[in-house]
Design a protein around this ligand. Structure first.
Ligand SMILES: C[S@@+](CC[C@H](N)C(=O)[O-])C[C@H]1O[C@@H](n2cnc3c(N)ncnc32)[C@H](O)[C@@H]1O
Length: 268
């Protein structure tokens, strides 16, 4: 049984708060992190990075246990994270897969984000992780702002690999707020673009906040479901009810709570 309560690993806690100088500073306003400077990104790092770690760790652990035979013998996995920011979910995914598989030798990670301050922090964290990781980590960073349909289609041609895991955590909401894809449902557009890039047994995990979006004038989980339905996605797992609560503890906050909606999509 996977618990939805997680402790941030000690090395990671010390690294983000002591070395990188992260701050715990929750914000209630609609966030568009794409526009943030380094000091705001450090607030993000101390607050939302641990939450994304916990969400990814819990969701992937549960999924890998359910689908164990597809993952336990893998020697290499390839991952794409769309809107990775500081990358808490990547660390959560790595710890989840290593807890079910002793065979994994190499992880190839491709990340895209338009915020350079966040990417620089992510690169430091993944470098530090690699120093004592059991796996060989190869990381490719795409530092790009996706302004519109055209930019996404260019990315589509650049991303040639087949990925075992494609994920996006709390990033698509920013595409909705900024109307990057005009009137089109952003979840539908992103799912249709990236699903063909999954390996046959690969998974796509979309996680997002559950607020009402004032630009689209819709609740985001409902908009996510509508978009994935129009894209004819096969949902392999999802949160029960409207949202799922995860808690994470670290040196700056005991039992910090996050509420998100998530869907795991597969092509099979
Ligand atoms: C709320 S943060 C989430 C970061 C990370 N996935 C996590 O869960 O901690 C959203 C991320 O999406 C990125 N993002 C938003 N709009 C973007 C765009 N149009 N192009 C590229 N990146 C974008 C932001 O820079 C930010 O890092």
């Amino acid at each position: 049984m996977v618990n939805d309560e997680v402790h941030l690993p000690k090395w990671l806690d010390e690294y983000i708060f002591t070395q990188l100088k992260a701050n715990y500073c929750p914000s209630n306003s609609d966030m568009t992190v794409i526009d943030w400077d380094k000091s705001n990104v450090l607030n993000y790092l101390g607050t939302y990075f641990p939450r994304s770690y916990a969400e990814a760790y819990c969701i992937f652990s549960r999924f890998f246990i359910k689908d164990l035979l597809s993952w336990i013998f893998k020697k290499k996995i390839t991952v794409f994270d769309f809107g990775c920011g500081t990358g808490g979910e990547i660390l959560g995914l790595l710890d989840a897969i290593n807890s079910v598989s002793a065979n994994l030798k190499q992880v190839e990670i491709t990340v895209l984000d338009g915020n350079h301050a966040a990417l620089r922090i992510f690169e430091n964290i993944i470098r530090r992780y690699s120093e004592h990781a059991k796996n060989d980590i190869v990381c490719r960073v795409i530092p790009t702002v996706i302004e519109d349909f055209y930019d996404l289609s260019i990315l589509d041609t650049v991303l040639t690999n087949d990925f075992d895991v494609i994920m996006s955590f709390k990033a698509i909401c920013e595409f909705v707020t900024k109307e990057r894809f005009e009137e089109q449902n952003a979840y539908e557009h992103i799912a249709k673009t990236f699903l063909p890039k999954l390996t046959p047994l690969g998974v796509m995990l979309l996680v997002d906040v559950t607020t009402y979006n004032n630009v689209s004038q819709e609740w985001l989980p409902l908009m996510m479901d509508k978009g994935l339905n129009s894209a004819k996605c096969k949902i392999a797992m999802k949160n029960k009810g409207y949202n799922q609560i995860f808690t994470v503890s670290h040196s700056h906050k005991e039992s910090d709570v996050s509420k998100v909606a998530w869907r795991i999509i597969q092509n099979v």
